[in-house]
Design a protein around this ligand. Structure first.
Ligand code: PLP
Length: 295
C-alpha cells in the first residue's frame, strides 16, 4: 500500500486555519479541539470547476443549517467566508477539484456537554485537485455499488464530521471492487450512499430519489438537479425505493459534489439494465452540468 503522510502533500499546498493561510504540511488544530475529541463539528465539500466554486450558495445554506441544528452560528459573515473560499482556490491553484470546510465548536477542556462559555469556533479549509479524466471515465463506463446496512445515527440530515459508519461501508465497497456503498434501512429501503445520494429509473422511466427527511443528507447536487429538472419539464419522483426495486431498475445513478451524476451499472454484482450508463442518467447529468455551469 502506498503511504501518504501530510508531509508528502504537494509542495505549495495551502491550508486555512482560523484566519491564517498556512503551508499544508504541519497545519493543525488544538489538541483539545472538540471536533477531534468528540466529533463536535460540521463540514461542507464544494466542487471547483475551471477555477470556480460550484453551487457556492446552496453549500453555504446547508453549512448554516447544519450549524444551526447543533446550536452553532456561522463562524464568520457569509461574504467573508466566500472571500476565504475563493482565496483558497486561488492560493492552491486548483482548476478542477474540491474545497473542504470544517467548522468545530472550538478548543476547550474536554467534557461532553456544550460549554456554557462558548469557545471560538475552529474553521479550517483545504483545497485539492481532482483527476478529471478519472471522473470522465466513471461517466462513460459507470461504477459498481454494494449494499450495506445503514448504521448511522437518526439525524443524517446534518452534515457532521462523525463519519465512521460511512467510511466503514465505503471501505467494504472498495474491498469489493465497488465505488460506493448504498446504505439500507431496517425495512429494506435504500437511504443513500455513504457519500452520495441514490437514484433509480424504473421500468416506466420514472426518475426516483428518496424524499428529504432526517434519514438522508439533503445533497446540494440533488437539490440543483431537482430545480434543473423541474425547469426542463423532467419529472422526478421523491420517494423511497427498496434494494429489490433497484436491482430491477432500468438505470441507477448517484449524485454528489465530487462527481455530479455518476451512472451505477452494477449493484451487489447484478447488472442494472443493460449494464451500460442509460439515457436518463445522461440527461440528468447534462441538466445538472448546464445549471451548475460545468462541462
Ligand atoms: N449523502 C451523503 C451521506 C454525503 O456525504 C454526501 C456528500 O458528501 C451526499 C449525500 C451528496 O451531497 P452533495 O451533493 O451535497 O455533495
Amino acid at each position: 500500500m502506498k503511504k501518504w503522510t501530510a508531509s508528502r502533500a504537494p509542495a505549495g499546498r495551502v491550508a486555512y486555519v482560523n484566519g491564517r493561510y498556512l503551508p499544508h504540511t504541519g497545519a493543525g488544530v488544538h489538541i483539545e479541539d472538540r471536533s477531534l475529541q468528540l466529533g463536535d463539528g460540521i463540514y461542507e465539500v464544494a466542487g471547483i470547476s475551471n477555477g470556480r466554486l460550484i453551487d457556492e450558495e446552496p453549500h453555504l445554506d446547508r453549512l448554516e443549517r447544519s450549524l444551526r441544528e447543533i446550536g452553532m452560528a456561522m463562524p464568520m459573515e457569509r461574504a467573508a467566508l466566500k472571500l476565504v473560499m475563493r482565496e483558497m482556490v486561488r492560493r492552491n491553484r486548483v482548476r478542477d477539484g474540491l474545497l473542504y470546510m470544517q467548522v468545530s465548536r472550538g478548543a476547550v477542556r474536554r467534557d461532553h456537554p456544550i460549554p456554557d462559555i462558548v469557545p471560538r469556533p475552529t474553521l479550517i479549509m483545504t483545497a485539492r485537485a481532482q483527476d478529471v479524466e478519472a471522473g470522465r471515465k466513471k461517466l462513460r463506463e459507470g461504477i459498481a455499488v454494494i449494499t450495506r446496512p445503514d448504521q448511522r445515527w437518526a439525524r443524517r440530515d446534518i452534515k457532521t464530521v462523525q463519519l465512521l459508519p460511512n467510511l466503514l461501508a465505503k471501505t467494504d465497497a472498495r474491498k469489493a471492487g465497488a465505488y460506493e456503498a448504498w446504505l439500507v434501512d431496517g425495512e429494506g429501503f435504500v437511504t443513500e450512499g455513504a457519500s452520495t445520494n441514490a437514484w433509480i429509473v424504473d421500468a416506466d422511466n420514472h426518475v426516483i430519489t428518496r424524499q428529504l427527511s432526517h434519514d438522508i443528507l439533503p445533497g446540494v447536487t440533488r437539490r440543483v438537479i431537482l430545480e434543473a429538472a423541474a425547469a426542463a419539464g423532467q419529472p422526478i419522483a421523491e420517494r423511497k425505493f427498496t434494494v429489490a426495486e433497484a436491482l430491477k431498475a432500468r438505470e441507477a445513478f448517484l449524485t454528489s459534489a465530487t462527481g455530479a451524476a455518476i451512472p451505477v451499472v452494477k449493484i451487489d454484482g447484478t447488472l442494472i439494465g443493460d449494464g451500460m450508463p442509460g439515457p436518463l442518467t445522461r440527461r440528468v447529468h447534462m441538466l445538472y452540468a448546464q445549471k451548475a455551469g460545468i462541462e
